[in-house]
Write a protein that binds this ligand. Sequence first.
Ligand code: ZN
Length: 323
Amino acid sequence: MTRTDRRSFLQSSLGGIAGLASVPLLGGLEGCQQAPTRAAVAERTAPLPVQKLTDRVSLITGAPGNVVALTSTDPGVLVDSGSAELAGGVRASLAGAKVGRLINTHYHPEQTGGNALFGAAGATITAHEITREWLATDYYVPSEDRWVKALPKVAQPTATFRDKREITAGAEHIECGYLLEAHTRGDIYVFFRDSNVLAVGCVSSPERDPSLDWYAGGWIGGRADALDDLVKLANDETKIVPAYGPVITRAQLAAERDMFAYLYKRTTDLTDHGRDAKDMLDEGVMSEVAQKFNRTFKDPAKFLYDVSKGNWAHYTNFGGNIV
Ligand SMILES: [Zn+2]
């Protein structure tokens, strides 16, 4: 199936499935441990490392991921808020600057754990509508067999969108855009167009094993398309900020896009022939990736498990040849 076919199918099916994204699957989960409520109080108060990317835009690292801050305006703009435990450190790194708007790239706790802190201080929280749905609902984490409680109201996004949102902050034009099923079902990029800084959340993963949250709708086809969109959005001078790891260039992002395009083709073909994650490993898919793209994964079995789960969840997007 071509990219265009895949995309149009996804878009046409989106209306029907989007509403289900935040509904945890209850079957077979009896006896799961109820996780404690996510900590709403920030525990760290010392500043985290700050790196200036441009005159207006800075990068706060170690939260535990990356947080991008536009501090040329008062109040400023933040992309992701860090984990609940480290959000106080994010706030301290802003050296007193207020946050008027917080943008979440997706719903994961390491990117939204500081929402309560900044929301209570008056920040408007922007995110994809599906990210808001996840944050407003208790949800199950299958890999850890536990439930995560919904965030309190003050921490939930209120300025949501489905396709694109333009935000102006002083002289900076900020474009937020949907990345369909790239890592979860609610990922967005945040492009500081005048500063040429592009925050992409977990959709790029230059160092860590890439994560596909199949339970939340992420899959390899969505990732391959999203990376292609991001490569087209950037130019050779764009500073691309992933959720974890160093700032990367368009060329590095393009290499990651090529790897995912290869993985998409290879693994959907195997899924289409009824093969599972172990078969993919035995077939040498990850050795091919190491050879062709000079990239090795820490836990290839887990990565392929998630790939396989996502492929089955999206089987009708590419499959049809199982006999
Ligand atoms: Zn994530």
